[in-house]
Write a protein that binds this ligand. Structure first.
Ligand SMILES: [Zn+2]
Length: 196
């Protein structure tokens, strides 16, 4: 039998741009329409350990915590109306293939993630998924320095009692257990700085 393919909605932007809030809003609309689906979050996303997605504004929905995209793939045969993936930059590259499989199976896919890392380099899996999108929402935050629209994420590290821009040689994700104090801010192109 011919199965209609699913659609792909991509929500991207810097930190503090309300991506999770937007993902929750989109899923809520589907819940009102009595659609069945699951939100997936990867376990290395340690912002909240509970089985929830929580936006910075405090809204939340139940989520399934998985160790990777392959765990989500187990729900492929469930013929869900939609699946959603939050913080997709934390997933491995196999997420691209899993997203394709859900779409081919007729399940709509909604994803949210960072457009660029702190070095202002794209996340490979995010860009590959964005390239397949039926719809992309690029969210903007507010630059904490000048108040203009912010599309970039500034990483700052504590050095000699002062917050300074992180080096591009630092790991893309903060290393757990390292004693380097790290902080992130949304910034515009003019205010975004990279350290040595
Ligand atoms: Zn600025």
């Amino acid at each position: 039998m011919f199965v209609l393919k699913g659609t792909l909605e991509v929500v991207i932007g810097p930190m503090y741009s309300g991506k999770t809030e937007e993902l929750i809003r989109r899923v809520m609309r589907r819940k009102i329409a009595r659609q069945n689906g699951i939100i997936f979050r990867v376990s290395s996303d340690t912002r909240n350990a509970e089985e929830l997605v929580v936006s910075r504004a405090g809204t939340h929905l139940e989520a399934k915590i998985v160790s990777g995209a392959r765990d989500a793939q187990m729900y492929l045969d469930d013929k869900l109306d939609y699946v959603a993936f939050d913080e997709i930059q934390f997933f491995e590259s196999d997420l691209v293939d899993v997203v394709k499989k859900f779409i081919d199976a007729g399940t709509d896919v909604i994803v949210a993630g960072l457009n660029l890392d702190f070095r202002s380099e794209p996340f490979d899996n995010v860009m590959k998924i964005a390239a397949m999108a039926d719809e992309i929402a690029l969210l903007k935050a507010v630059c904490v320095v000048c108040g203009k629209d912010a599309t970039l994420t500034q990483r700052l590290i504590m050095k000699d009692g002062e917050w300074v821009p992180a080096s591009t040689k630092d790991p893309i994700f903060k290393v757990e257990g390292s004693d380097v104090k790290v902080r992130y801010e949304p910034r515009c192109k003019d205010c975004w700085k990279v350290g040595e």
